[in-house]
Design a binder for this molecule. Structure first.
Ligand code: NAG
Length: 356
């Protein structure tokens, strides 16, 4: 990237860092982002990402996934996850941990296991080691990620094939035994728009988890969206209300709103506003480190900063919405409604990028 002193100044100057600060003033828990390891040598990017007034929470985009933490059986590697966790610690940011059990970025030695007991032992060892390594450092863990299909069936992944739905309840139980203070989340996409088959099945699954005596504290809505296709404010509110009956916290965990450069500003603002209703969310990332351009060529404008670290109109829309939420006294109502603010863009990013 070309060195641009003016942009650099604007990043560290008077207009720097305010999303997390405003989110908290509006009664939310945090406004966060995901950071991936290849970005760690980019000082311009890091200046934004580790500004705690901008982002109160960091998520390792890939470093804590199974393929990074236990690439071969019994060999645990934490370098990638630790690099992000250490940045968060140094900057005084909270750590949101992602993810323990997911069918993607899963090493072949796991996906080739069909025996129930063997799979159960593998999951136990994985969670005990990984959640044990980060014990006390994770505000929350995405314990299980993307276990449902859009049509409401359980995703037929290697863990499900070996153990049925028990793999989910087992994972939550082991996660709680290992790190009793972490908020344990189920995280998925396409569960923002009330009330599709996937949301209904997710609710049934959460009930199954609870009925089995396993702890679950939060539901993460990934919030991948597209300008013109975003769920309405009413739909999101309804979904969050349904989820809030089951768990303590609901968070938008990976928000991005993709669109082409040509999409006009008005539509962009409308999509942002739709997402920023009442309770929570946020987003972040410059296009450079988003997963969107690999998956959806030409629609890489999903984040709040452009690739030269200029804040986009959507950034300023969010600031305005958070400011008015704060002055409208949302604090009180947000505390009553058990809704956590989150916003991590691109946590799924390299997942998808790597898969391509
Ligand atoms: C999901 O559940 C809601 C509320 O019970 C219901 O109105 C809706 O029709 C269901 N959707 C599907 C696709 O089954």
């Amino acid at each position: 990237m070309k060195f641009q002193p003016f942009l650099l100044l604007s990043t560290v100057g008077a207009v720097s860092g305010q999303l997390d600060k405003l989110a908290k003033e509006a009664g939310l828990l945090y406004f966060g982002t995901a950071v991936d390891n290849p970005s760690l040598n980019n000082q311009n990017y890091l200046r934004v990402a580790r500004d705690p007034a901008e982002f109160g929470s960091l998520t390792p985009a890939n470093g804590q996934k199974w393929s990074n933490t236990q690439p071969s059986q019994g060999r645990f590697t934490y370098g990638s996850g630790d690099a992000i966790a250490n940045i968060a610690r140094q900057a005084g940011q909270q750590l949101r941990c992602h993810t323990l059990v997911w069918y993607n970025q899963l090493p072949g030695w796991v996906s080739s296991v069909y025996n129930r007991d063997q799979m159960q032992r593998i999951i136990t060892a994985h969670i005990q080691n990984v959640a044990g390594h980060y014990k006390g450092r994770c505000y929350a863990w995405d314990v299980v990620n993307e276990a449902m299909e859009d049509d409401g069936r359980y995703r037929n992944n290697p863990m499900y094939r070996a153990m049925g739905v028990d793999y989910i309840t087992h994972s939550f139980k082991i996660a709680q035994q290992t790190d009793p203070d972490a908020k344990l989340y189920y995280n998925d996409f396409n569960i923002e728009r009330c009330c599709n088959a996937k949301i209904n099945a997710t609710i049934a699954m959460i009930r199954t988890i609870k009925a089995a005596g396993a702890p679950i504290h939060g539901i993460g809505m990934q919030g991948h969206s597209r300008v013109g296709m975003s769920p309405s404010k009413r739909e999101m509110k309804e979904t969050m209300a349904r989820f809030s009956e089951l768990v303590d916290e609901v968070a938008f965990t990976e928000v991005d709103i993709r669109h082409t450069k040509a999409a006009n500003r008005r539509r962009r603002k409308r999509a942002t506003r739709a997402r920023l209703h009442g309770s929570c969310r946020g987003l972040f990332g410059d296009a450079k480190y988003s997963w969107i351009p690999q998956q959806y060529p030409g629609e890489g404008e999903a984040c709040l900063w452009d690739r030269n670290y200029n804040k986009k109109p959507a950034y300023h829309s969010i600031v305005g919405l958070l400011q008015s939420a704060a002055s409208a006294g949302l604090r009180a109502s947000a505390t009553q409604a058990p809704v956590a603010a989150a916003a991590t863009v691109a946590a799924r990013s390299a997942a998808v990028a790597a898969a391509n």
